[in-house]
Design a protein around this ligand. Sequence first.
Ligand SMILES: [Zn+2]
Length: 313
Amino acid sequence: MNLRHLSDTELHSETLRIARAERKILTELFHHLLEVQRRRLFSAYGKESLKTYCVESLGYSPDEAGRRIAALSVFASVPSIEEKLNSAELTLTHLLDAKSLFTQEANAGRALSIEKKVEVLNAMTGVATRDAFAVAQSFSPEPREKLRKLDVDHETLDLLQELQDLLAHANPKVSKSDLIKQLVRQKISELRIEPAAPRKVSKAEVLREVVRKADYKCENCGSRHALEIDHILPRALGGTDDPKNLRTLCRNCNQRAAIERFGLRKMDPFINRVRERQMAYRPGPANPRGSVEDGPFLAPVNFFVGSQDAGMG
Ligand SMILES: [Zn+2]
């Protein structure tokens, strides 16, 4: 499938259309799974449960199957949410957050009535997925905080355990999650320390100041990921390194800005390949690349001057 001939508007509306179709597929899947369950059809295929059927016959991972079946139980008890699922006012994530409230309340001996469940789902309708859990929890007298999964390797777990053991006297109850939080906070404040009294201002310091002024966020979308310095008037068009001509963008926004300035055809070879050359300001201890040994949390944050890579910022 080659989509290169589509205009930006066409590409956007096509993508919207497909996402809508995908949501419709989810509710169709729910209807089918409910009927498979009603007929115990999985048994005819030698599977012990709907979940096993989802994994072994339909090819979902155990995690994906578990999520769909948990959401399915919400869908089954409140079928009136189908339209909201189709229109994306409710998503799989909303249903899972509702489900964890329903389970938690049932386990605490406060099982919700159907009417109450409808009320919860109405309150969650149209709420951003990141806020859905808190909205659901507001219906509980003992609201919880959502725990997020984080994949860590065994070595990291062992290191956290060692640290936990070392801290056991002072703080026997500290969790691994708390330890990570403390370490990350400490590292962030280290990296944000203001430079000492200005000597000759180096280029790195200029860049650092630009990023600090932007509160360490992309000035277009607010992301903190892979920040880069962008020349507002590109250097290729006579723009200078004066701080007034510099702004902080995330890599994606910087790339989009370059595409809008120079055209996709010209930028394609630069941005759609693995970028290796990096330049710029690296706060914190000297460490050229943030090596693997630093682990995923403590590697230095790097700011790249992206457009300079392409030689046209
Ligand atoms: Zn951005």
